[in-house]
Ligand binder design. Sequence first.
Ligand SMILES: C[S@@+](CC[C@H](N)C(=O)[O-])C[C@H]1O[C@@H](n2cnc3c(N)ncnc32)[C@H](O)[C@@H]1O
Length: 222
Amino acid sequence: MKINERLQQIGDLVEANSFCLDVGCDHALLDIYLVKKNKNIKAIASDIAEGPLEQAKKNIEREHLENEIETRLGPGLKTITKEVDTVIISGMGGRNIIGICKESPKALKQVKTFILSPNNYQEDVKRYLCKNGFYIDNEEFVKEKKFIYQIIIFKKGHKHYSKKEYFFGPVFLIKKGPLFREYFEREMKTREILTAILPKNYFFKKKQIQKEIQMIKKEIED
Ligand SMILES: C[S@@+](CC[C@H](N)C(=O)[O-])C[C@H]1O[C@@H](n2cnc3c(N)ncnc32)[C@H](O)[C@@H]1O
């Protein structure tokens, strides 16, 4: 079964011997990839909607992996079982991911690793999890077609981050590389368009965006 570059990279970041809960599994292609890697990874493929979960079940059966992957219907972290140590949430908006975490404070205590790939509001997701018992252990970019996605690995623990680290990502700031440059060049262009179209009375918003543009310029030129 063919898996895309983004999901493959997420799968490759999962540690051997993990017990994963994939929230919003959709087709369960990630879970199939994970258990086929032979790294003793176990997975629960869960989704809030019946349609995707039915498709997931079909795909799992086609691969004869019913004994390795459990499917669970339900919202967010409500489908967690006590064995789960790693939660994966990808292909959802950042605000949805934060909502999912807020709904299940007990589950948040149990989880050791979050592997998250929010489509937007990445900075908010980082701030939320780092205020709630996690630190950023790794960050990766993956480019698929014309999009560049962030994949963030959070581990249990505490670290203090500056505004700049939250904005760019503390690990991204150290690693940098060509995708860092491309990603933040796009962020800069979006902000340039925004400041050009914002009405005059959005003075403070404009000022803040202009500051961010300067910050990005400085960082990608370094
Ligand atoms: C765009 S798909 C992403 C699928 C896959 N994770 C990926 O990265 O390609 C989003 C999936 O998340 C599910 N979903 C959305 N909100 C959810 C929630 N609160 N709990 C569980 N699943 C959710 C949707 O039903 C859908 O199947």
